[in-house]
Design a binder for this molecule. Sequence first.
Ligand code: GLP
Length: 236
Amino acid sequence: MKIVVCNTYDELSQYIADRVASLVNEKPECILGLATGSTPVGAYEKLGEMCKAGKVDFSKVRSFNLDEYLGLTPDNDQSYRYFMNKNLFEKINIDINNTRVPSGISEDPDKMCKEYDEAIDAAGGIDLQLLGIGENGHIAFNEPASQLYSGTHVTDLTESTIKANSRFFEKIEDVPTQAVTMGIGSIMKAKSIIIAANGANKKAAVDVLRSGMIDTNCPASVLNAHRDVTLVVCGC
Ligand code: GLP
């Protein structure tokens, strides 16, 4: 695993934005795997600026997001679809029809999950997957457990994730208790992965990842079995 240590959040954001932009410039029809959370917001901001300055063109790019809260409609301002539209898609020249976020309101979530993985495969697979990391070591919403799912699936959120994510909601009771998430296998199929961690609250999880071990109680550590992972850290 390649490790990039940044001194500031701005540096971390610039690193991610540059990696995305150079892939898009090299392969205009690339498939991006995108993440939510506060960590990638700075990189998305920079990609918006780069796109505006004509330094990168997203018109042929397609994207797949990692996850979505179960029960939230796309227009709910806490949904990940809403987050992506606001923080990235409205700032770049991507065709919104080429962006996919798992549905949180599907009548048949299992079928939707299967079709989501099939759509990624049919698109040729994800070229570059961006990931954040939960305080408990989760990636997307793959929570610590003795067994991890391979494909996209519906999952219960742990107390710790509900608590951590409650900062975005008015009150903790508003945080959905379930989500749809790409599985570990769906993520590991990506050709290249960047996992970013910003802040001391991520240190424990990052330490497991850095140890080189694979521990399902820190789902991010499965990335140690991937050929092309860059861990970008700041303050942890
Ligand atoms: C959520 C998302 C994850 C993300 C994590 C960390 O739980 N499902 O994909 O990595 O939050 O978020 P943050 O970057 O805000 O710390």
